[in-house]
Design a protein around this ligand. Structure first.
Ligand code: ADP
Ligand code: MG
Length: 256
């Protein structure tokens, strides 16, 4: 069984069909890039996979569990947004800790309060601190934990967003053009680091990019999307050498 199953997803915004029946099975630990022209529905599909948006029809399961039927705090996946979506008033460390504190922040975990302190609160704080520093060390931002996002460079903010995704050790990572706000040199460097993270963690990655070189170098498979459909999903060399649709050939062959 595929670890992530996307089945016959359609999505309309009002009268406008944006996704027209997207199906994709992704194996455990696979790295799949989603490429396609602007407006073809990549971000919408990723938000639906993340359970942040409901499909009009169709379903998404991760490890056999329906994503839309799972509470956000319990979903075994993390999403990294193009804009990073960091909380400006929280420090780097607090931003990274957000997914670990989601249950208490959303009141899902109500433990009996004894003498004003939740039982085990101190041990829990320590556990969160050590998970945060482990994620920060992996991304080489361990020295920045007390800073606010406004005091960071674009590349550092990007690492904080990755750290926040990493800290829960999810089964799947969904990344929406995570490098598009970085300059060319930093993009190449961070690309290599994301590939390394994928190897180290062994998690499943769905990686949206409009950069074909990025998709080519990082992916086990590339899904080419156009007009709300996946035209072809195959290994990079097959996509490049044996496109099974003229629109795939034109998109891949076009200078970006
Ligand atoms: P991509 O990420 O491939 O550029 P998107 O998924 O962001 O594409 O958008 C696909 C289409 O859906 C676009 O035409 C966009 O304008 C439209 N769209 C996306 N989100 C909404 C929304 N919340 N309401 C209405 N239209 C939307
Ligand atoms: Mg997008």
């Amino acid at each position: 069984m595929a670890q992530l199953s996307i089945t016959s997803i359609t999505k309309r915004f009002g009268e406008t069909p944006v996704l027209k029946g997207v199906s994709l099975d992704v194996a455990n630990g696979e790295f799949v890039s989603l490429v396609g022209p602007s407006g073809c529905g990549k971000s919408t599909l990723l938000r639906i996979i993340a359970g942040l948006e409901a499909p009009t029809t169709g379903s998404v399961t991760l490890g056999g569990v329906d994503v839309t039927a799972t509470r956000a705090a319990d979903r075994n996946l993390s999403m990294v947004f193009q804009s990073y979506a960091l909380y400006p008033h929280l420090s780097v460390g607090e931003n990274i800790a957000v997914p670990l504190r989601m249950r208490e922040l959303t009141g899902l975990q109500r433990l009996p309060v004894v003498g004003g302190l939740m039982p085990g609160a101190k041990a829990r704080r320590q556990r969160i601190a050590s998970q945060v520093s482990r994620a920060a060390e992996m991304l080489e931002i361990g020295a920045l934990l007390d800073r606010k996002p406004g005091q960071l460079s674009g590349g550092q903010r990007q690492r904080v967003a990755l750290g926040r995704a990493l800290v829960r050790n999810p089964a799947a990572f969904l990344l929406d053009e995570p490098l598009s706000n970085l300059d060319a040199k930093l993009r190449v460097q961070t690309r290599a680091e994301i590939a390394e993270l994928h190897r180290t963690l062994g998690a499943t990655f769905i990686y949206v990019t409009h950069d074909q070189v990025e998709a080519m170098t990082m992916s086990d498979r590339i899904a080419v999307m156009m007009g709300g459909e996946i035209l072809q999903c195959a290994a990079p060399d097959i996509i490049y050498e044996d496109p099974d649709d003229i629109r795939v050939a034109e998109f891949i062959g076009s200078p970006k």
